[in-house]
Write a protein that binds this ligand. Structure first.
Ligand code: PLP
Length: 340
């Protein structure tokens, strides 16, 4: 049997280095003191003015967290245990576990051809205290239209349901546009992990038009992690001050990778929602678990079993690798399919 060198298309993290000045001056921090629980005020101001870009929002509307993951945790903990939370299926696997571990109940809404259908949403939201919506989507890469997302926000507001809007891939959009949401019952969540290739530093943030919600999240954070690493926040601040071209160049590379992998999957007659954002593609393979195992063990190809996203017939491929690795991955997939 031919032996292959491993290609990892499983992990959902960028393969780029952070902006060049990210770690500048960090070695000169001599005295270490606790930072503000809500986060470095300059960083919060800059997030408001440079990333959120809504005139009526300022640093009071922003909370810095240990990655988007902590922001998601805090948001869910605003609810009383036992509350029902609506998530779309396929879902980012973390939501499912977060909801279970927070003693809440997950209610699933199956997507229609991988997109949210508003009349299904209207039915399913009945009885729910919160909705978590991820756009662009992990694992599908689908970007919901502005009208769908705004309708979700309108329905949540009408029913007084908390909307947790996870937009960590909001900069990774190849077609279509980012839809930002602002409302009294909306918490938007974003991160430095993906856009600035800063996964390890664990800097994320939550923002809301409603500073009252940010205050409540800050109190919860006070009694969990207390604050976010001051050093990591300094790195995030440096990254934010970096050249605009940093991400423009990266986005262009991701788009080329996306085109290459999608062309390859199409040539193998695999069905998948065309990814307009994020850095994943989610083809239907029949048996996700078996496919994942065989690809790993026989072809040295790491992908993720769709089962963990609630979709056992698919696999998730992350195209966070150079084009030559992606081309090689398509060859191996082809060999696998032809061997069946
Ligand atoms: C949809 C989604 N939300 C949140 C996160 C967590 O991001 P962070 O590294 O900022 O905690 C991820 C990471 O993969 C993600 O895919």
């Amino acid at each position: 049997m031919k032996s292959y060198k491993n290609i990892d298309l499983g992990q959902g993290q960028p393969d780029f280095t952070p902006p060049p000045k990210t770690f500048l001056g960090l070695d000169r921090t001599k005295v270490s003191r606790y930072g503000a629980v809500q986060g470095n005020s300059t960083l919060r101001e800059k997030i408001a003015s440079k990333l959120i870009k809504k005139k009526t929002l300022d640093s009071d509307n922003v909370l810095i967290t240990n990655g988007a993951s902590e922001a998601l945790n805090l948001a869910v903990r605003l609810l009383t245990p036992g509350s029902e939370i609506l998530i779309t299926c396929p879902y980012y696997y973390y939501y499912w576990h977060l909801i279970q571990k927070s003693f809440m109940r997950a209610k699933l809404i199956k997507l229609n051809d991988y997109r949210l259908n508003i009349s299904d949403f209207n039915e399913k939201i009945e009885g729910c205290k919160a909705v978590i919506l991820n756009n662009p989507s992990n694992p599908t890469g689908v970007v919901e239209s502005g009208s769908t997302v705004r309708e979700v926000a309108r329905i949540c507001s009408e029913r007084n349901v908390l909307l947790v809007y996870d937009e960590v891939y909001s900069d990774f959009i190849y077609r279509g546009r980012r839809t930002k949401l602002f409302g009294d019952n909306i918490i938007s969540i974003n991160s430095f992990s993906k856009t600035f290739s800063l996964c390890g530093e664990r800097v994320g943030y939550a923002y809301s038009k409603n500073p009252g919600i940010i205050d409540k999240l800050t109190v919860l954070k006070q009694y969990t992690s207390r604050g976010t690493s001051t050093l990591a926040q300094k790195a995030a601040l440096n990254a934010l001050d970096s050249s605009k071209h940093y991400f423009t160049k990266i986005l262009h590379i991701y788009k080329k990778r996306r085109d290459l992998i999608c062309k390859g999957l199409r040539s193998l007659d695999l069905e998948f929602p065309y990814p307009e954002g994020a850095f994943y593609v989610f083809p239907r393979v029949g048996d996700g678990t078996k496919t994942q195992k065989v690809l790993k063990n026989r072809y040295g190809l790491d992908v993720i079993d769709g089962k963990i996203f609630g979709f056992p017939e698919n696999i998730r491929i992350s195209y966070t690798r150079e084009e030559s690795a992606l081309a090689e991955a398509i060859d191996r997939l082809s060999a696998f399919i032809n061997s069946k």
